[in-house]
Design a protein around this ligand. Sequence first.
Ligand SMILES: *Cc1c(COP(=O)(O)O)cnc(C)c1O
Length: 382
Amino acid sequence: MQVPFHRPSISADEIRAVTDVLAAGWLTAGRKTAEFETAFADFVGAPHAVAVNSATSALHLALVAAGVGRDDEVLVPAMTFASTAGVVRYLGARPVFVDIERDTHLMDAGKLEERITDRTRAIIPVHYGGQPCDMDAICGIARSRGLHVVEDAAHSLPARYRGRPIGSVGDYTCFSFYATKTITTGEGGMVCTVDGKGAARIRRLRTHGIDRDAWSRLESSRFWQYDVTELGYKYNTTDIAAAMGIEQLKRAESMREARQRIAERYDAAFRGVQGLDLYVVRPGRESAWHLYPLRIDPEGLTIGRDRFIEELEGRGVGVSVHFIPLYEFTYYRGLGYDGAGCDGCRWVFERTLSLPIWPDMGDGEIDHVAGSVLDIVKRYRK
Ligand SMILES: *Cc1c(COP(=O)(O)O)cnc(C)c1O
């Protein structure tokens, strides 16, 4: 049996919605994009939602709106996707790597204070795998030190922190609709914020710094007239993507429930098995279950993580690794980063892999993945 690492869940509704947009003829950001933003803001309980073409664009513009500039410092977890720190570099600012907790793989709030200097401007907590970070601690530190919190919520739609949906917690929250994420529009992203001024600025910056987008100009008399008020980017989404997003959003909760069920089935299969170490979700946090991270115990097995992945692939199971710590990359090494103080990252990286967890997985597929893991453990146990 072959089980791919991911397969997006696309229903007839998404296909019809996209076809309708193609037939109607307005393809770029327009009425559907506005409708998607309203529905999204409503869904996460945020006053403002601005649609862009990726979470990377969302993070970039949120940092601009938060006032991050040249030579500022921004705290990011050392184990995240490249874009979390890359956007900081776009602004000529310096990402400062913070270690992660071993059981949750989340930014260690207890190690934040020691990384703060008088140049620190913002913190980017990453809700790894869909589990919200310790937002009480992070927001508390940010408030007392006058820092902005820009959440990388690329994994965490829908997720809740102490009952509050992610999207209504920090200053800025950035979501991804990349092909493998919990809802997808092929490529896409969203910034949610409580700050009306920030939202308006992000709206301008996503289309070249133009004061009105093509859609709203169309409804005014001098539709051809506009001003460029500052240098912006080409980060807008399309109505094709938005139409798909509206339909995916309606299914976001049921797809989350399907993923949670898979996680529970894996947990039940792996709990107490010598050689495996279960990922922890803390009380008060509802994960979106974008990932199912599994840690192997290299001391309990005769093979390491890399070999474990090969064995899974040999049994037809698609696997991935989230993430290679940023200080391992040539670019960051070239900037002088060496992973000092990131023992948690190193520990997690050498023993972690991600198993398939997509909503349309059948019981046979789930059991094949779980059975393959147990089979490998049995074969290579010390
Ligand atoms: C996928 C991802 C992003 C980037 O999302 P895009 O929409 O592809 O730009 C950012 N951060 C994390 C943690 C991600 O996994």
